[in-house]
Ligand binder design. Structure first.
Ligand SMILES: Nc1ncnc2c1ncn2[C@@H]1O[C@H](COP(=O)(O)OP(=O)(O)OP(=O)(O)O)[C@@H](O)[C@H]1O
Length: 233
């Protein structure tokens, strides 16, 4: 696997003055109130904040899964609000990887098939997809588990397979929403160490939402989301 190619773009994600309001009955609830944030190539950042502070909402907007009410988001230099749904989907597929608290692996497919899937969706041949999936599963320590289905893997192994699936396309950034929220602390530490070593090896930026300060401290920068505003921790 080669290092991530940033095409000379040093800010993988740049957002400026983001706001997000949701309608709740007659009320407009402003969850994000003017957030500006740059994520550079290869940077690792943690976003912490209490439950309901808007961390997932922010991550969805940074990843182009949702649009802000006001403000701009550029992913790899492209303003996501100016793209069609299809173009936004393509940009996500080409530039970003996602990891969630629950692994979202497909139960009827093996680890190898699950990890190969994003490449097959992009149009890679089965041989190429399997070879790259096998390489990245090896990097996350699952070379002996290629033909196991998710139900035959431990929680930590499932999350490692989910990390492999997020990284197999060699994205510019991985956005992770509580990736270890479902694991015991020792396994969570191992998963964070793994993400750090993959970050160093592949130069992929990581944006990780977590409740756990000990884990957040492993990142280059920590931002705290309080009352809809982001500050350095
Ligand atoms: N689609 C939506 N419609 C209305 N309100 C929403 C929507 N999505 C999120 N919210 C509200 O926005 C606020 C922030 O939610 P969000 O899930 O971003 O918080 P969070 O910090 O990720 O919380 P947690 O740590 O508990 O996962 C919450 O009050 C939530 O009810």
């Amino acid at each position: 696997m080669t290092e991530t190619d940033n095409n000379g773009i040093d800010k993988v994600i740049a957002c400026e003055n983001l706001t997000k309001r949701f309608k709740e009955g007659k009320l407009d609830v402003e969850v994000l109130k003017g957030i500006s944030l740059d994520i550079s190539a290869g940077e690792k950042i943690a976003i912490v904040g209490s439950s309901g502070s808007g961390k997932s909402t922010l991550l969805h907007i940074l990843g182009g899964l949702d649009l802000p009410t006001e403000g701009t988001v550029h992913v790899m230099g492209k303003n996501i609000a100016k793209l069609s749904d299809k173009e936004r989907g393509d940009l996500r597929n080409q530039s970003l990887g996602f990891i969630y608290q629950f692994h979202h692996l497909l139960p009827e497919f093996t680890a190898l098939e699950n990890v190969a899937m994003p490449l097959l969706i992009r149009g890679s041949s089965t041989t190429e997809a399997s070879s790259k999936a096998s390489d990245i599963l090896n990097k996350v320590g699952l070379s002996e588990r290629l033909s196991h289905k998710p139900g035959q893997l431990s929680g930590g192994e499932r999350q490692r397979a989910a990390i492999a699936r997020a990284l197999v396309t060699n994205p510019n950034a991985v956005l992770a929403d509580e990736p270890t929220g479902n694991l015991d602390h020792k396994t969570a530490l191992q998963i964070f160490d793994l993400m750090q070593s993959l970050n160093q090896e592949m130069q992929t930026a990581f944006v990780i939402v977590t409740h756990d300060m000990q884990l957040a401290e492993k990142m280059d920068k920590i931002y705290s989301l309080v009352d809809g505003r982001l500050s350095n921790y």
